[in-house]
Write a protein of this length. Structure first.
Lengths: 691, 173, 440
């Protein structure tokens, strides 16, 4: 770290590392220097000239956004000269900026509006004609209104530097300059919407959010995105119980303000017309709506009957439900129904990794590692497409710390553009490429190794052996697909493993076994769609499905129960790195209940309530803290996204099941079954196909 | 997209001028010389130049809009540029410009119906001591008088090449 | 006459070969001291070359007048990165037309200057950034470069002396801003001509982020003579702190407009009357732009001054790029200010707010004003808005737009008032041709 130097701002003596930018040093000391183009983490522009300050012994005012502080510097940020400069810059800006604040989506959270309010230019001397250009739609989610654009180039940098996409540019010159998309009149990009959120004014607006509401009419609820396993915090804007916006401008959570198209827009499955709102039962071969009490009674009776005659149960849990729900479900299965035949769709071999790392601590990579470690090795995954946030972290790491990124993949990936080394291998041959990287990797100060399902079973052990033999600190991450895949395995949704990776003694049936067992008596599916591409062998099995939609699995059910979505629940989820984060209910769907409540109600109906305990997320979480190794994390910590406090570091003690591990490799615009119900994702996909 | 062999040779020369990993440097020269042949920077030209210089079409497009010599609309066979900047202005540049517009019945950045002549009012072209100055494509005309302009435009309209027009001489070089 | 008749008052140093037959050819050049300075420089140390340039008090001819030797001294010579020499041949400051002649009539002098600069800092590659409109000069320079290669003055082992230097031309495409050194470098790299944040300056991080010497054509052209005849000799040609001669581009209402090489410190009134033959048509002098459109205008009574950097600066203007624009009494100063602002609004790169919006606003305001739709408060506002750009823009283009405007409003306020109340422009009926008799 650079030496600390002493200097003064507005007469206050301040200490900061030499060379720190004055605008940052001021901010850290509670002194605001206004700016439009300066944006932490992106390249410097010095274009807006809002941050001009007076510096003693310098003839002209200086821009604080590029001014490195030095010992003895005397800076003034509020002199008459400075204030006048700000005011006049705003006056200049407003010459061509339309004053359509009342109908602008940004009204109320516009940086230009705030700035004018604060620094003046109340009345305008400008009487000449304004330059007009028509608004353009660049994609299903991005609209651009040229006249409102103040040319701060934040969007261009967010897209180019942040996302590594470079889909935005500047065309024309001088006052005619405009931002332009990469394909003439439309965008071909990740549709992440970062450009929209980073825009200080209403120049870039969001298709799904346009003209829906005013910001102050919404509640803002910080919860966790329910799509991929990267576990981004998303702040949902909710009006009248309806989610109308997602963003993360408060930079909370592990992801700062990063969000991909799913986190920002794909909340819309929530209000899809096909959302289930009433329980249904099969009557004369057809599913008909019934009351909750009728449905629960039927299930309890049937489950009770099967249990008493020793019939075979199969329970399939979800990669999207909360830790509490998963824990509660497996407890019910094991203790209530007396079966270890419980499973979920495994998308990465976390089990072997945890086992291979037994006896060590601090070897599971967390979100920060991707940004802070000096090197990142990505094996198998099309990182930017399948794990957009982790890829964003690695890219920022490269930009800010010159980290070395290594890739070993079958196909070209975006990381190749800046990777220190890119190795192309045939699919399945990933492991073989590592030796070739040994020398380079061993020379790194530290390293994160991240791999997808191309590395499973013994290959995981080989990767860990390779990593440990490099002689440098290495942390690992086994990539998984969905928002709580990690929580599903941690909570023991597995026939051979209970919560906290304890062996169950007598393993039950795996998911595949259940589907194949001709004598299965009951199949209970909570938030999963195993029959999407498979058939249930037991034609007589009694099938209960809890879901948001009438999926392929639900269509086979005898009883379907309408479940609440992740955005309608409280609880916790664990992202792909084992960081436990808190879900907060943003809205509700009439008729649906959370899976936790449904499980509880079934238990109650079966007389198992005392054994199961209350179905309140907090109570269940308290039990998880006590019983699941690694999860003893207080809720306040979980709210900000906490790494599991004690790693799971005992031998797992059972054979893992690499044969069950299969990633869907969902891209940016897919999200399993859930993704099919997001209109935004569908329009984006259609838009791309029609070009 | 195919260009003439001469232009291809030019392109090759351009690319050889810069360090091997700095092909992007050739973007602007390529665009200028390509335009001479294609009369406009079309999307096709943009994509071709992008490919050859290893950048995205957007990066080329950003450049096209910035430089005033690059045009997306086709120019006339003879692009007549009249300087009206200060040194020319005060010795008749504006009169020359008005006369050209009037005579051809077109204005700034417009082209005659037959596609022969396009007009552009330009900024200082570096001929201040020999003002008023006009450029036809890349040729300079110095100390242009109203009667010379008449002859020049008449000649060009009649299908003559600039050098064939009597009484109007290109500046020496 | 090839460009204009010489004046007996000239001191031809850089222009001394202009009137030789076949002056462009390397043979002519070699027959008249050509490449002698370079050969001499090969035998000198880097410090000696830079020292000689420092002694010459050569100041940059591109506009700012920064001491060239000092600038060369900033290049970190031990840096492992390649170093570059870049010639600024973007010549687009209104009123300026000298670099064109230097390249047209003596291209080898420029090449030699660049070669010497290469020796001074250990660079092996040079680029001449020529504004796109000067297409014929690209041809001239390319031909000269080919000749220099053929005769062994460029290449991997120059004159068998183990010196390596390659040189190439690079075409611009129409952008005044690309004359600004950092924007030029962006443009050289194939990008929009937006200026860069400085520091770092080109000497440290220039072309491709490598150490780079970037100078104006005329600056490089002075170097061979300096090395050949000594820095002191060059310094003595000019006035104190202003070494040598410079090419003044006389334009506007003088009888003999043209480019004249005169010693630094030459008196402006003498330049107009004795070199330029006085104001045409017997009219009275109203004002002079002393160094290109960016410079604050001088009223007639301020023009009795020595044309060197310091004296003109003391008169609150700038020597600038050598573009001396002479205005007679019939010139409308509102129109003149408007035309200047139109230029800057057209050329503003758009990067920073004050320049982008300020020049555009002022252009619109001055247009309206000149059309007779101005209000008294507008006069104050023109100065006000200009001052709101001054010193606050990203690069000096904003200043270049503000400075002349501020000076014109201050010095010719009466002319602005004469345009008020819907009155037609008092000068509008005066046709530039009829008054000069040029129309004939
Ligand atoms: C807006 C602007 C335009 C400029 N245009 C030119 C130009 O056309 N030619 C030139 O030599 N210098 C121009 N300059 C000055 C250059 O930035 C630079 O100072 C100069 O080329 C350095 O060379 P010198 O030290 O030899 O003068 C311009 C500067 C600015 C701010
Ligand atoms: S669109 Fe927004 S972010 Fe982009 S340059 Fe314009 S104002 Fe800035
Ligand atoms: S164009 Fe340079 S400061 Fe605006």
């Amino acid at each position: 770290m650079a030496d600390l130097v002493k200097f003064t701002i507005n007469g206050r003596e301040i200490e900061a590392p030499a060379g720190m930018l004055a605008i940052e040093a001021a901010k850290q000391n509670g002194i605001e220097i206004p700016s439009f183009c300066y944006y932490e983490g992106y390249s410097l522009q010095a274009a807006c000239r809002m941050c001009l300050v007076e510096v003693e012994k310098m003839p002209k005012m200086q821009v604080a956004c590029t001014l490195p502080v030095a010992a003895g510097m005397v800076i003034r940020t509020e002199t008459d000269q400075v204030k006048l400069a700000r005011k006049s810059t705003l006056e200049f800006l407003l010459t061509n900026h339309p004053l359509d604040c009342p109908v602008c989506d940004k009204g109320g959270e516009c940086e230009l509006q705030d700035m004018v309010f604060k620094y003046g230019a109340g009345e305008s001397r400008y009487v000449e004609a304004k330059i007009h250009v028509d608004e353009q739609q660049w994609s299903p989610v991005v609209f651009y209104d040229g006249p409102r654009c103040i040319l701060c180039f934040r969007c261009v940098r967010a897209c180019d530097e942040g996302m590594g996409v470079g889909a935005l540019g500047v065309v024309n010159r001088g006052a005619m300059s405009l931002i332009a998309p990469n394909k003439g009149d439309h965008l071909e990009c990740d549709e992440c919407g970062q450009c929209i959120d980073i825009c200080p004014v209403g120049a870039l607006t969001s298709g799904p959010y346009r003209y829906l509401t005013r910001p102050w009419e919404m509640d803002h609820i910080g919860t966790i995105c329910t799509h991929c396993s990267d576990g981004c915090k998303t702040t949902l804007g909710v009006r009248n119980d309806e989610i109308v916006r997602g963003n993360n401008r408060d930079r909370s959570g592990v992801n700062g303000e990063f969000l991909c198209v799913k986190g920002r827009y794909a909340f819309d499955f929530n209000k899809h017309a096909e959302r289930l709102q009433s329980p249904m039962m099969r009557v004369n071969g057809k599913l008909e709506e019934v009351s909750w009490s009728k449905a629960l009674e039927t299930i309890a009776n049937k489950f009770g009957e099967i249990r008493s005659r020793g019939g075979k149960f199969g329970v399939i849990g979800s990669n999207h439900t909360t830790n509490e729900e998963n824990y509660y479900l497996q407890k019910f299965a094991r203790q209530g129904l007396g079966t270890n035949s419980i499973d979920h769709h495994r998308t990465g071999d976390v089990v072997t990794l945890v086992d291979a790392l037994s006896g060590t601590t601090g070897r599971l990579a967390n979100s920060a590692d991707f940004y802070e470690r000096k090197a990142v090795l990505v094996i198998g995954s099309d990182f930017s497409v399948e794990h957009p946030f982790l890829a964003f972290q690695a890219r920022a790491n490269f930009r800010h710390h010159e980290a070395h990124i290594y890739t070993v993949t079958a196909e070209p990936v975006r990381e190749d553009n800046y990777a220190a080394r890119s190795v192309r291998v045939a699919k399945g041959e990933e492991l073989g490429a590592l030796e070739g990287l040994r020398e380079a990797l061993a020379a790194e100060p530290d390293l994160v190794i991240v791999f997808d399902d191309s590395i499973k079973g013994d290959k995981v052990r080989s990767v860990v052996e390779f990593g440990q033999s490099l002689g440098i600190p290495v942390s690992y991450c086994a990539l998984v697909d969905y928002s709580n895949s990690r929580g599903a395995i941690d909570m023991g949704l597995a026939p051979e493993i209970g919560p906290g990776y304890h062996a169950t003694g007598q393993p039950g049936m795996s998911m595949n076994d259940m589907l194949a067992a001709a004598d299965l008596a009951a199949l209970w599916v909570v938030g999963a769609n195993p029959l999407e591409n498979a058939k249930l062998a037991a034609s007589k099995a009694f099938v209960v499905v809890q879901d948001l939609f009438l999926t392929e699995t639900a269509q086979r059910a005898d009883v379907v129960l309408p479940a609440a979505s992740a955005y309608e629940k409280n609880g916790t989820v664990t992202n792909g790195r084992g960081e436990v984060q808190r879900l907060k209910r943003a809205s509700a769907t009439m008729g649906a209940k959370t899976d936790l409540e449904i499980i509880g109600l079934i238990a109650k109906e079966m007389g198992l309530a005392p054994m199961m305990g209350p179905w309140l997320p907090e109570t269940v979480y308290a039990e998880i803290r006590k019983t699941v190794k690694g999860y003893d994390i207080p809720l306040p910590l979980v709210t900000i996204g906490a790494q599991q406090s004690t790693p799971v570091n005992g031998r797992v003690g059972v054979e893992s099941r690499p044969d069950l591990v299969r990633s869907e490799h969902n891209n940016l615009f897919e999200s399993g079954t859930l993704g099919r119900y997001s209109q935004v994702l569908n329009t984006v996909i259609e838009g791309r196909q029609s070009r | 997209m195919t260009f003439s062999p001469e232009l291809e040779a030019q392109f090759e020369k351009f690319l050889a001028k810069y360090p091997a990993d700095k092909k992007r440097s050739a973007v602007i020269p390529m665009l200028v010389y390509a335009q001479d042949e294609t009369h406009a920077i079309t999307q096709e030209v943009i994509e071709e130049v992008a490919k050859r210089c290893g950048v995205t079409p957007l990066q080329v497009d950003e450049v096209v809009g910035f430089y005033s010599m690059l045009h997306k609309k086709p120019q006339g066979t003879y692009h007549v540029q009249v300087c009206t900047n200060i040194s020319c202005l005060i010795v008749g540049g504006e009169e020359i410009w008005n006369q050209a517009c009037h005579k051809l019945g077109i204005g700034h950045k417009q082209t005659t119906a037959d596609g022969r002549i396009s007009l552009e009012e330009v900024e200082c072209m570096g001929a201040c001591s020999w003002a008023p100055a006009v450029q036809v494509n890349y040729d300079f005309y110095h100390f242009v008088t109203p009667s010379q302009l008449d002859k020049l435009l008449d000649g060009l309209s009649a299908g003559k090449k600039p050098d064939e027009i009597a009484g109007v001489k290109r500046a020496s070089c | 006459m090839r460009y204009n008749d010489p004046s007996p008052l000239e001191t031809p140093v850089l222009t001394r070969r202009f009137r030789l037959p076949n002056s462009q050819s390397i043979d002519t050049y070699l027959a008249s001291d050509g490449y002698k300075g370079f050969e001499r420089a090969i035998g000198m140390t880097q410090d000696e070359i830079i020292g000689e340039v420092k002694t010459s008090i050569l100041r940059g001819r591109g506009g700012a007048g920064f001491p060239t030797g000092m600038k060369w001294g900033f290049v970190p010579r031990t840096s492992p990165k390649p170093k570059y020499i870049v010639v600024n041949a973007d010549e687009s400051e209104p009123g300026t037309c000298k670099d064109r002649l230097l390249m047209e009539f003596d291209p080898h002098q420029l090449i030699e200057g660049v070669l010497i600069a290469g020796l001074a800092v250990g660079a092996q590659q040079g680029y001449i950034y020529i504004r796109g409109e000067f297409r014929y000069l690209i041809g001239v320079m390319d031909k000269a470069i080919d000749e220099a290669y053929a005769k062994g003055y460029l290449g991997d082992n120059i004159l068998g002396r183990g010196v390596k230097f390659n040189l190439a031309t690079h075409s611009g495409a129409g952008a005044y801003e690309c004359g600004e050194e950092s924007a030029l470098l962006e443009s050289l790299e194939g990008k929009r001509g937006n200026p860069r944040i400085r520091p770092p300056f080109p000497a440290v991080a220039g072309a491709y982020q490598c150490p780079t010497i970037l100078n104006n054509v005329e600056t490089f052209c002075a170097v061979p003579s300096i090395i050949l005849n000594g820095g002191k000799w060059f310094a003595d040609l000019g006035s104190p702190k202003n070494g040598g001669t410079r090419l003044f581009c006389l334009s506007g209402h003088v009888n003999k407009p043209g480019v004249y090489e005169l010693p630094m410190g030459f008196n402006l009134m003498r330049m107009i009357n004795e070199v330029g033959g006085g104001i045409r048509g017997g009219k009275k002098l109203k004002a002079v732009v002393p160094g290109g459109s960016s410079c604050p205008i001088l009223k007639a009574d301020e023009c009795d001054l020595a044309m060197d950097y310091d004296t003109v600066a003391a008169a609150k203007s700038m020597l600038g790029s050598g573009g001396v624009v002479v205005l007679d009494e019939d010139t409308c100063m509102v129109k003149f200010a408007l035309r200047i602002m139109r230029f800057y609004a057209h050329e503003s790169c758009g990067w920073c707010i004050p320049c982008r919006e300020g020049t555009t606003w002022l252009k619109k305001l001055l247009t309206r004003f000149h059309e007779g739709q101005g209000q008294r408060s507008d006069i104050v506002m023109i100065g006000d808005l200009s001052k709101n750009m001054l010193g606050r823009t990203f690069c000096p283009l904003g200043d270049a737009a503000a400075m002349p405007t501020i000076a014109i409003v201050e010095k010719f306020r009466d002319e602005f008032e004469a345009h008020l109340d819907g009155k037609p422009c008092p000068y509008e009926h005066i046709n530039a041709f009829s008054k000069s008799g040029l129309a004939a």
